[in-house]
Design a protein around this ligand. Sequence first.
Ligand SMILES: C[S@@+](CC[C@H](N)C(=O)[O-])C[C@H]1O[C@@H](n2cnc3c(N)ncnc32)[C@H](O)[C@@H]1O
Length: 330
Amino acid sequence: MFAVKVPKKEAEKTRRKLLELGVLAKGYSVKREGDFVLFPVTGPLDGFELVEAEFERLEKRPHSYREVVDVPEKVKPLLPSSFDIIGDIAIIELPDELKPYGKAIGEAILKVHRHIKAVFAKGSKIEGEYRVRELVHLAGENRTETIHRENGIRLRLDVAKVYFSPRLATERMRIFRKTRPGEIVFDMFAGVGPYSILLAKKAKLVFACDLNPWAVRYLEENVRLNKTNNVIPVLGDVRKVAGKIKADRVIMNLPKFADRFLREALLSVKPGGVIHYYGFGPEENLFSEHEAKIKAVARELGLNVEFLERRKVRPYAPRQFNIAIDFRVK
Ligand SMILES: C[S@@+](CC[C@H](N)C(=O)[O-])C[C@H]1O[C@@H](n2cnc3c(N)ncnc32)[C@H](O)[C@@H]1O
């Protein structure tokens, strides 16, 4: 094929010029010959030294592990189109029919996504007070600790010992944008600190409570990692600290059971303060039951609430959503 031959020192300038002219042939690697570089071009052109040369085709990199995975054709339609990535660890949900092919699926993920070093399958639902799940090792390193980057912060965590979902990054940024300098924040169910550490970049002080000793251990480490010394980690049941703290903003990120902790949240917010409540709701009735509970508990305490914002955070199960309700307490 036709090639433009230029001295090495002119290579970059020439590449840009050929790109600008739209004549650089795609899918081939550039060739080096002594002090010269050869660019494959789509046809003859004026103003360049042209030669005839052969070029190696560039390997087309697959975009999805589904393009390379070695599983029987009949199960291919069941391959999940997405999986969670936490740091350098991938966590995939496999239907029963795919479980015998876990190793092949894990290896295909490692092959396509070079930054992933370990692949696990979800081995159970999220369970218990600590909200963790079992994981089954599929391929790569058999390691569950990693460092995850999101919203400009770094979070060290062990995916087998603590709760963490990368799918909440946008929601956390939404709360960060609402936070005002000088605020006192109470993160009632803090985990390893994805809300607390982010909000600490703006707030005056963040109380970050969690029952899971592993979560608090990582939270303490993440405070050091991000130099957010205005985060106060609290290990234990939030019921013991609620009411002792008076915050401008309270975060209740325990969607499965948040309604059981409304009293504690309402007792911990200053007059005029805001509570970010999370729950799960069916598509046909996302918010009203949660709002009824919020109003009932507020009434018992002689408080009023003003609903500020209601939103679907993410799909949770078929026709079920993780929802957020922001309300002001008066
Ligand atoms: C859904 S996770 C959320 C963690 C974190 N906010 C995040 O976004 O990754 C809920 C957390 O609440 C903690 N938790 C559950 N019950 C609690 C309680 N009674 N007091 C304090 N923490 C609790 C769990 O250990 C878990 O880490």
